[in-house]
Design a protein around this ligand. Structure first.
Ligand SMILES: Nc1nc2c(ncn2[C@@H]2O[C@H](COP(=O)(O)OP(=O)(O)O)[C@@H](O)[C@H]2O)c(=O)[nH]1
Ligand SMILES: [Mg+2]
Length: 362
C-alpha cells in the first residue's frame, strides 16, 4: 500500500513504481479506492496501460473483503505478481485494519511490503510549524499525523519543490517527531530518490509492531469535516476548444469561490475525455491547496468539440457548498467559451461516514 493524505502524490508515484516493476518483468495489478465511484485516479492509471481495479463506496479498511476480491479479479484477468493499492487519502489506521488482517487471513498468499506514507512537502512543513500558510482544522490534521505515525516509510514527495535547506529541515523534523519511521525523499517528476525507495519496498517486508492507538471519534469528525464531490459533466460546443483551457478555467472558477469562502482544498482533480478519442487519451488537471496553482498533467494533442469532464473535489467545506460552487463555475464558463454547453450528468456530494473497519488487529 502507498498511503498518504489527499494530494500527496500517491497516484503519480504508483504510476512510476508500476512502470519500474513492469520494466523488471513483473506483472503489476493496481487497486484504487474512493468513497464514491467515478475516480479520476483509475482513469489516469488505466491511461498509462496498467490493469486497474477500483473499489468505490468506502475505504479499504471498511471494505476489506472488496480489497481481497479486487486482488482476485486482477489475478483472474492478468495474474499479477505484485499488487499496488492506493488507499483513500483521508484514511488512517491501515496497519491494524488492512495489513495485519491480510497477513492473518491470507499470509500464505501475500507477502506485504512496508507501508509507505507520502507527504506533500508544503503541507507537511505547515503542519509541523516550519512555515506559515493555509491549512486544515485540528481534527483533519489529526488524520494527517496519524497517517505518519503508522508509516514504516515516510516519503517526502515532490522534492523538486523544495530547496536543499528546506528539505533537510523537513527530514529532521519528521525523523524527530516519528522516530519509528525511515524517511525517504522522492520526486516522481525528476526521478530523484525513486531508485532508493523502490529498492527498499522491493527488498523488505513489513515488520510487526503494536498497532497505534486511534481515537475513532476524532478520526470520524475529521473525515466528516471534508466535503467530497464526484461529478460527471457532459460538454459539447459549436466551436473547437482546447481541453486544457477548459480544465484551467473550471479549476480557477472553483478555486476562487472556495478561496472567498475560506475553504481549504485537499485535492481537486479533473479529467477531460474527448468523445471522438479512439485511443483513450485524456487531459487532466490537479490542485492540492487553495493557495497553489492548478497544474495540467496530461493533455490532448488536438482541440476538441465535445467530451466528458470528471470532477473529483475534496475540501474542508460543506458538500452542498461544493456542489453549488461547481455548478456556478460551469455556468460562468459561457463568456470564455461561447457555444459551450456543460450539463452535469451525475453528481455525488457528501461527507464521508464514520469509519467502521471490517477487522481491527491490535
Ligand atoms: N512538483 C511535483 N508535483 C508532483 C510530483 N508528484 C506528483 N505531483 C503533483 O501532485 C498532485 C497530486 O498528485 P496525485 O498523484 O494525484 O496525488 P494523490 O492524491 O496522493 O494520489 C498532482 O498535481 C501531481 O502532478 C512531483 O514529484 N513533483
Ligand atoms: Mg490518488
Amino acid at each position: 500500500m502507498i498511503g498518504g493524505f489527499l494530494g500527496a502524490g500517491k497516484t503519480t508515484a504508483i504510476g512510476k513504481l508500476a512502470a519500474h516493476l513492469d520494466a523488471l518483468g513483473h506483472k503489476v495489478g493496481l487497486i484504487t479506492n474512493d468513497q464514491a465511484g467515478g475516480l479520476v485516479d483509475t482513469r489516469v492509471l488505466r491511461a498509462q496501460g496498467f490493469a486497474t481495479e477500483e473499489i468505490a463506496g468506502g475505504c479499504f479498511c471498511c471494505r476489506f473483503n472488496s480489497l481481497v476480491q479486487a486482488a482476485g479479479k486482477l489475478t483472474e484477468a492478468s495474474k499479477p505478481d505484485v499488487f499496488i493499492a492506493e488507499p483513500v487519502g483521508s484514511c488512517t489506521d491501515l496497519v491494524a485494519t488492512v495489513t495485519y488482517p491480510l497477513r492473518r487471513l491470507y499470509g500464505d498468499n501475500f507477502s506485504i511490503a512496508p507501508l509507505s506514507v507520502l507527504v506533500d512537502p508544503v503541507r507537511a512543513r505547515r503542519v509541523l510549524g516550519l512555515e506559515a500558510g493555509g491549512g486544515f482544522s485540528r481534527k483533519v490534521v489529526y488524520i494527517f499525523e496519524k497517517q505518519l505515525e503508522e508509516a514504516d516509510f515516510i516519503v517526502i514527495s515532490k522534492s523538486d519543490m523544495l530547496d536543499g535547506e528546506a528539505e533537510a529541515e523537513l527530514r529532521a523534523a519528521l525523523a524527530a517527531r516519528f522516530p519509528d519511521a525511515e524517511v525517504f525523499s522522492i520526486s516522481a517528476r525528476s526521478g530523484a530518490g525513486l531508485e532508493e525507495w523502490f529498492a527498499a519496498i522491493q527488498s523488505r517486508e513489513q515488520s510487526v509492531r503494536r498497532s497505534m492507538e486511534v481515537d475513532y471519534d476524532v478520526y470520524a469528525d475529521g473525515e466528516a469535516l471534508l466535503g467530497w464531490l464526484n461529478a460527471t459533466v457532459n460538454t459539447r460546443s459549436s466551436e473547437e476548444f482546447e481541453a486544457s483551457d477548459l480544465l484551467r478555467a473550471v479549476a480557477r472558477e472553483v478555486q476562487n469561490r472556495l478561496r472567498d469562502q475560506g475553504a481549504e482544498i485537499a485535492h481537486f482533480k479533473m479529467t477531460f475525455s474527448p468523445d471522438d478519442s479512439l485511443s483513450g487519451e485524456l487531459a487532466s488537471i490537479n490542485l492540492v491547496r487553495t493557495d497553489a496553482s492548478p497544474e495540467i498533467g496530461m493533455d490532448l494533442d488536438e482541440p476538441t468539440t465535445s467530451g466528458q469532464l470528471i470532477v473529483n473535489l475534496r475540501a474542508e467545506a460543506s458538500p452542498d457548498d461544493l456542489a453549488t460552487n461547481v455548478s456556478d463555475s460551469l455556468r460562468s464558463l459561457a463568456a470564455a467559451f461561447p457555444g459551450l454547453n456543460a450539463t452535469i450528468e451525475h453528481v455525488e456530494h457528501f461527507r464521508p461516514g464514520r469509519p467502521t473497519p471490517t477487522h481491527r488487529d491490535s
